[in-house]
Design a protein around this ligand. Structure first.
Ligand SMILES: [Ca+2]
Length: 263
């Protein structure tokens, strides 16, 4: 490599390192690695249904998951006598402001399904925010539940999305960014218009997944690649310029020498 190219390469490396440090860091993630759950999940709403690992075979709905590892989580809703609901949550490891994203499978489009954030462990997660796709796949909703009583904070028609109405048996990405009292919502990487939603009732809480159908139980909701990120996570060990210099001290020294030699 020519000397000038080497200097440029080192500069690019240092620049990339500092910009990565300024972005959100992954706090925890569930990939269902090797067909077993990576995280601990706690069921909500007083029913035992929780996230279970599932290894898909070719021919199974959802087999072509985004990461193509064919290992996913499944949350099956309870029978109607038990409320037709299921919710599984995992603690946010001390972070109140975070983004929570997942690959979600539409399946038959026959249940209300999606993500929950700021879910309260104290009442079995009956208080939480939910970002869900409704049965029929025509609507996305952002809802607040307080002790199980819902308030709809935002509604969007999926026909207005860049990708249009989601197909049954298709994978999509949903993401909620919770920052203080503001919530930014994304579907397949596109922020939903009219945001952010502002609501100050639940300032902290767990993250999870949700599946509900009032009159039919046993509906599977497949999810994968659930990722919790927080910008605050970088604050624990901030990558200062001093830290960069310490980490790349040798490289900087060499670069400095090259610059001097090049003059
Ligand atoms: Ca997986």
């Amino acid at each position: 490599m020519k000397r000038s190219a080497m200097i440029l390469s080192l500069a690019v490396t240092l620049s990339l390192t500092s910009s990565i440090a300024a972005r959100a860091a992954v706090v925890k993630a569930e990939y269902v690695t090797g067909g077993t759950l990576d995280l601990t999940w706690t069921p909500g709403f007083g029913v035992p249904n929780t996230l279970e690992p599932l290894v898909l075979s070719s021919g199974d709905g959802g087999y072509s998951n985004p990461s193509r590892d064919h290992t996913v989580g499944v949350l099956t809703n309870a029978i109607p006598d038990e409320g037709g609901i299921s919710l599984a949550a995992t603690p946010p490891d001390g972070y109140d402001d975070y983004s929570w994203s997942a690959a979600i499978f539409t399946g038959a489009g026959d249940s209300r399904r999606g993500l929950v954030v700021r879910a309260q462990e104290s009442n079995g997660f009956a208080s939480c925010y939910q970002f869900v796709i409704q049965p029929g796949l025509l609507q996305l909703s952002f809802r607040k539940l307080i002790d199980g009583t819902p308030t709809t904070l935002g509604t969007w028609f999926t026909t207005d999305l860049p990708g249009g109405l989601p197909a049954v048996e298709s994978w999509h990405q949903m993401k909620v960014e919770a920052d203080g009292a503001t919530f930014h919502l994304y579907f397949d990487g596109n922020e939903l218009p009219g945001g952010p939603i502002v609501d100050a009732d639940l300032g902290s809480g767990w993250v999870g997944v949700y599946n509900f159908r009032f009159d039919i139980g046993g509906i599977p909701f497949l999810v994968d690649d659930l990722v919790l990120e927080s910008e605050d996570a970088t604050a624990v060990a901030p990558m200062t310029w001093g830290g960069v210099k310490a980490q790349y001290g040798t490289v900087l020294h060499r670069r400095s020498g090259l610059e001097v030699a090049g003059r």
